[in-house]
Design a protein around this ligand. Structure first.
Ligand SMILES: [Zn+2]
Length: 208
């Protein structure tokens, strides 16, 4: 059963916990809508959901570019300075033969957030224009899967722990990419939290 598609009968919604079929209330403010019988959260009503998702994703994409093009960290030991970018870590791990870890870091901290941002824009920009992009269905399904693969927060904590240890050995100068990357975490999380899946399915119904 596809519980992500509760809008097949546009005003009815089934509780995913107790299966109670109920009418969707009309609300315009930010609220959690709960099941009338068991109290499970049926969905979150987010005003301007589509606008928020698009705006945060666009901002995220810009920061993603900055985070990948500009220096992430500079290490200064004596008179020697080394500059790193986000991708340097992946390349170093790969060069040292730890390719599985290199792939994991690449997927969770570069590929997944990028894919997530691009998919959100791909799905929601046409919806904003009252249309549905041709591959919206698989794209939206993929988006829900990619969200689990996005672990940039974990990656960020790893970097911070390493930094604290390294400060004893070298002078570390955070680059613009580091700040961009930190802000990116909040933007991606915010964009994903603004998604209201019902809007996507409703658009499908109308496009038929
Ligand atoms: Zn229920």
């Amino acid at each position: 059963m596809d519980i992500t598609n509760p809008l097949s009968k546009s005003t009815l919604i089934a509780c995913h916990e107790c299966d109670l079929l109920q009418r969707q209330p009309v609300i315009t403010h930010h609220a959690n809508v709960q099941c009338g019988r068991c109290g499970a959260v049926l969905y979150r009503n987010i005003p301007d959901s589509v606008d928020r998702t698009i705006a945060l994703s666009l901002a995220g994409l810009i920061l993603f570019v900055v985070a990948n093009l500009f220096p992430f960290l500079s290490f200064e030991v004596g008179s020697q300075a080394t500059r790193t970018t986000l991708f340097t870590g992946v390349r170093e791990l790969y060069a040292q033969g730890i390719w599985a870890l290199a792939a994991l870091v690449f997927v969770t901290s570069i590929l997944a957030p990028l894919l997530q941002l691009v998919l959100m824009l791909y799905v929601f920009i046409p919806i904003k224009a009252g249309r549905v992009a041709i591959y919206t269905r698989p794209a939206f399904r993929l988006l829900n899967k990619v969200r689990d693969w996005n672990m940039i927060e974990v990656f960020m904590i790893g970097i911070l722990v390493a930094l604290v240890k390294l400060t004893k050995m070298a002078t570390i100068v955070p680059g613009i990419a580091l700040w961009s990357f930190m802000a990116l975490i909040f933007l991606v999380t915010g964009a994903a939290a603004s998604i209201d899946g019902r809007i996507v399915w409703r658009q499908f119904e109308q496009a038929k």
